[in-house]
Design a protein around this ligand. Sequence first.
Ligand code: ADP
Length: 519
Amino acid sequence: MPLKYKNQESCPAIIKRVLQERGWLEADEADPQAWNLIWRSGKFKPSEYALADASFSVPGKGSQSSSTPPSHARSRKRPPQHRRPAQNQPPTPGSGSNRTKVAPKPAGNVGTRRVNHFPKSGSITRKDHLLRNMRKMASAYRQLYGYMPETYMLPAEYLQLVRAYADQQPSMEDEKKIWICKPADSSRGRGIFLVREVSDIYYDQPMVVQEYLERPLLIGGYKSDLRIYVLVTSVHPLEVHVFRNGLVRFGTHKYGQGLENLFSHLTNSSINKYSEEYGVNKNIIGEGCKWDLGQLRAWLEDAHRRTVEGMPETGSSPPASPNVFFDYETLWKRIEEIVILTLLVLVQNLDRPCKGSFELFGFDVLIDADGKPWLIEVNSSPALGIDCAVDRRVKDALIREVFNVLKFREACGTPGDGAPRTDQSSASEAFPLGADQLGGLEFRPPKSFAASFVESTVDEAMANVAASACEIEGRSARPVEDEQAGDSAAAAGGYTYVTDDDDDDDDDEGGRPPDAPVT
Ligand code: ADP
């Protein structure tokens, strides 16, 4: 029986194309239950999550899935349910909660159903929620969670921002820090501006104001950042697939121009495709505004060789990034560390397995001139449109691989979903961090990491991630013992837990914060 996807306006064309190639059919609108997948940009209703989850609990149907822990792990202790007071528990199927009005029906003969988001993913994908949750994590693991630039939320933290501004002691006007101001609930560079003076900040909606990283990795004199694609197939236990290929996104005007020049300072392709330089063959980076990660790796290796040999970067005088000597594999390990640590926020926010969910996240990572990766944001619906040849190369392989990993037909009880694996090369580039699949991966955390991640409590998993990350960085891992974090850490047995107070992920558009005063 063919698998069926529910046609959604916001479902990217590439998803429909790949599904059709694999023999999927569009679900019949007259039968609202006969679907196996809904892929949409916006969030889902609680009833939709419940319907998808329920399809995994029908006896004999779909009890095996890629998000099911391996058999040896399943027989062991599951992560405990904790943290959230009973009255705030999210509705469980059939619990009679007012918020879940539609009682989920068994999946019947359609097999398992999945939706492409997790409830609560807004805890990492909304700029203000991400910041708040990172701070909570940092209160327990300060040394691990230092990968986001200094950030303030306005209007609530206006005074702290003013204090930070006053504390800087520049000898010259242009040595003052630059701040980047972003609407809290926006994307694609919309509404972003840069300032040196706090008095220049205006806002009529909640705003995130962040220290601007002024020394980014420059390639050919152009600013760059990375889009890393991460597929999460299970949260309890956490199963993560980080795709080895992703995008390098460039500004299209040389870096270092006036703050109002967004083509120089922002790397969003939704902005740079409107630059008059977009189609021009630019120094080193060429036409357009994107590379894939393979091109970055080749360039870094070449830059390394040139640095060792004392040669300037091709066509660039003086070299745009004189300190480019970092090695790609180390960089990649640090990025993986950021991905896992950030996803632990989601693990701690979701207290049920959500078997009917998976999510493809887009992590935006900016590498500075010293090779340190910084997390800029996490996108819950990374753009999947095809603007150029690089997009096609990266996204076609990505989406095919996503469906290879999801193994829909196997979840319905039959191997394969009828699609030939046309992209064997990319298959080897995706690597799950599930315990049974760690064997041949490039990311080689200590053994304890793999074991405890599936079989132990969230506390222990957290400690093991910390140990693994510390090994990469050569730091020591220990929960914070200072006064500020002491109370909450003690209450949680030495670790601080994160909850997302604003329960807004269950709305289609996600909740919007109240309007802020205009200053
Ligand atoms: P949006 O969701 O609107 O795309 P981002 O936070 O991703 O907003 O920022 C857009 C772009 O601005 C990034 O791709 C990056 O090029 C640049 N940027 C964002 N934050 C910083 C920062 N703190 N320092 C330097 N550049 C930044």
